[in-house]
Design a binder for this molecule. Sequence first.
Ligand SMILES: [Zn+2]
Length: 283
Amino acid sequence: MAEMALYRYPCPNCNTELEQEGYMVIESEDEEPTRQLLNDEINLAECPNCNQTSRLNIPLLYHDNQQELFIVYVPNLSQLAPEQLADTIRYPYGLLVTKEAERRGIELPEVDDAAYPPGQEELKNQPGAKFHALTQEQAAQLLPEYLLRPTIVDTFEVLRTAVQAAMDGMTGQEVVDDMVRLQLINNIISAEDPIARRKVLHHAEPYLNDELFEVIDTLSEQMHNEGQNELMEKLQWVREQIEKYKHSQKQRLARSHSKQAEFVKETTKETTKETTKEDLKED
Ligand SMILES: [Zn+2]
């Protein structure tokens, strides 16, 4: 079930104080909010003063328990320190995981009273309290892994694309892998110099495979159809950079293999010589 909350915030255009209900959690089976999300109509407010429409500046958690996709949209993510990020999503995150645990029949241990100092006892009754009280080990034992490492994005369009992909039948893992690939392509394009680019490629080695080329080719085709030739050329350039990198890695590997082979040859020769000497001695 989707969860909403009432938010107050200043209109980004004219600063008028706005009050608007917005979604903080959407489950894939919530048809109406999911439709709004896919149509880019979710969490929008129109200012009565200047008529400008803006999106609520709040996190939005999307969960698909069939495909095991858990994605969190956090606007202005780059401006948040890790603790601020944790604080921002703490309440809806606890709510979502607690519900999913219940749905799966997973019992979370009771919270120890001692964990709540006087004056904070009411926190114990918050919906996510049991989840937040778990140690990392407990959480890892009790809950499916995907619930413990949601994918956090700061671009609404990325959230929308991921939700659409899951609805089209991709698993959460496939969706996340594709997001990593898109991010990688982006990082290759925006690397400042060849050395930075090499580093990006080096870190992403497990991803430099046919699936990545497939994504690049699909994107290229799309750019071609949309007449975005400059982007298409960039993508082809990315492909060439990856191929070049892989080629040089292969050569390096071959070189070290042939060195090994030589080493083996040398040592064998040595052994043979020694044997011959030994033989001679015996003779
Ligand atoms: Zn306004």
